[in-house]
Design a protein around this ligand. Structure first.
Ligand code: ADP
Length: 482
């Protein structure tokens, strides 16, 4: 709570920062700017290095030419050579630097700044140069410094002196600063353009989602009327299609819920209406005979039974329909289980002189919820007896493979017309309402059966034709799949 409060206080637009829009914007911006920054930094550093190397090479070439001239003119023995001294000064001025000529005794013979002439210079680089190391240059502060050996005219070409030259890097630095400023301005203006582009692109990319949200909002307000129709891109098209299938399912569920409610009220009202008629007709007849009372009360009792049946079937259905109800699965001998059901129903079959046969070639044991499947198979066998002819037969067979067991309930009864086959599993559906009512059906039995079979991850199928008997086949996995 406190955390939420703080977040809201410091980030009033926290929702925006969490949005896909913002994330896409940041990613686009970073993807654009980071490589540009890295490339510019790499380019600037390479440029600086290259400029320094080039300047160093230029100065060192000039110094080498000069060293050759100094060596061949024997300048170290004859430092009064005006031409060479002029060249030295010119070279130092050209590179805004300083040139020192040092002899073998480490005395500074010439200093173009005229500050240290005659002094001793014992620098590491100079010593190395006397020892024969070739020309090197290195950066020291704002200068590039180098040592160039002056070799004598003798056969051994020994080092008789060293030119210690330095060239200013100021002009390079100024050029580099200019380039840096220029790059910074480009990067800044590029970043602003990129930010604008990222805002535009991220908005454009999430536009279909915004459309979708608005559409769904409108749909919810419009009581599920209309379809989602966003074809901006393949993904939104796919989501639209999936969402529309979901909508269709929701509409179907809503329709079937309404139908169910109206069916329930109708079915519950019918026995009540009959009882009312029976009671009213007794009330209006003054001094009605006791026999009439008995007959009407008998009818009223039957209607009460019917009402009771409907209510208990409804309760069973509501219970089995609830997906959360877990099955009470146990390993069961299916042969014994089916024989038990037949035994219970045999007396009803005998009333219509209907023969009941159980066939099975193998012993099957499976993980089932005995209570729920017992209800399911009882309904099937009860129907096979109820919708049969006198002296008919009911055959229940059991078979299995390595995955499923199969129960077939066949009868020699009145069959189901082809046009009704698609509806018999629906709640309250009855092929012949009056006949079924006479028999005592509620139209909920097969709905309860199917719900129990589906809860076992099984399947139920029916084959029938009017007047030609009916076969229900149920397939249930041997091992319960959670
Ligand atoms: P009811 O309680 O009416 O039997 P059910 O849901 O069990 O309801 O069955 C729905 C309808 O399917 C029945 O009303 C009947 O018309 C038909 N039906 C079910 N089983 C059979 C069968 N074995 N033979 C003929 N018709 C059947």
């Amino acid at each position: 709570m406190f955390k939420l409060h703080l977040r809201e206080r410091f980030f009033p637009n926290a929702k925006f920062f969490k949005s896909l829009n913002f994330r896409i914007m940041v990613i686009l911006f970073l993807v654009g700017t980071i490589p540009a920054l890295i490339l510019s930094a790499a380019f600037l550093s390479a440029y600086r290095e290259q400029s320094i190397t080039r300047l160093g090479n230029d100065v060192s070439n000039q110094c080498q030419i000069l060293a050759t001239q100094l060596g061949s003119a024997n300048y170290l023995d004859n430092p009064g050579n005006e031409t060479l001294t002029g060249e030295l000064t010119q070279l130092a001025t050209l590179y805004d630097g300083r040139i020192l000529i040092i002899d073998q005794n480490f005395h500074i013979m010439v200093d173009t700044y005229a500050l240290e002439t005659g002094r001793t210079m014992v620098a590491e680089e100079v010593i190395k140069c006397f020892k024969g190391q070739s020309t090197t240059h290195y950066v020291s502060g704002r200068f590039i410094e180098m040592t160039v050996p002056i070799t004598g005219n003798g056969e051994d070409k020994s080092v008789i002196g060293v030119i210690l030259a330095s060239a200013s890097t100021d002009s390079l630095n100024v050029r580099f600063e200019e380039l840096l400023n220029f790059t910074e301005i480009w990067l800044a203006s590029g970043s602003i353009c990129l930010l604008a582009l990222a805002v535009f692109l991220s908005n454009w990319l999430v536009k279909p989602l915004r459309h979708m949200n608005k559409f769904i909002g409108d749909l919810v307000e419009g009581a599920l009327d209309g379809d989602l129709d966003i074809h901006d891109c393949t993904e939104t098209e796919n989501i639209s299609n999936t969402f529309n299938s979901l909508l269709a399912k929701l509409r179907l569920m809503e329709e079937s819920r309404q139908e169910f409610v109206s069916n329930v009220s109708h079915e519950l009202k019918t026995p009540l209406a009959s009882m009312k008629v029976l009671a009213d007709s007794l009330l209006v007849q003054e001094g009605a005979p006791v026999e009439l009372y008995q007959e009407f009360m008998q009818d009223i009792a039957e209607e009460i039974d019917r009402e009771n049946n409907i209510i208990s079937d409804l309760l069973t259905l509501v219970k089995t329909d609830r997906k959360v109800t877990k099955l009470n699965v146990e390993v069961t001998n299916v042969n014994e289980f089916l024989e038990q059901i037949l035994k219970r129903l045999r007396p009803i079959a005998e009333q219509g002189n209907i023969e009941m046969v159980f066939e099975s070639n193998r012993n099957v044991s499976a993980e089932i919820d005995v209570t729920r499947l017992s209800l399911a198979f009882s309904n099937l066998v009860e129907n096979a007896i109820k919708y049969n002819h006198e002296n008919g037969w009911v055959r229940v067979s059991l078979d299995a493979d390595h995955k499923f067991f199969y129960v077939k309930v066949s009868d020699s009864g009145m069959g189901i017309p082809e046009e009704s086959l698609d509806y018999i599993f629906e709640r309250f559906y009855r092929v012949d309402k009056s006949h079924s009512q006479e028999i005592g059906g509620t139209g909920l039995g097969l709905a309860i059966t199917r719900s129990a079979v589906v809860a076992h991850r099984g399947a139920i199928r029916v084959q029938s034709e009017a007047g030609g008997g009916t076969i229900f086949t149920v397939r249930i996995p041997l091992r319960y799949i959670t």
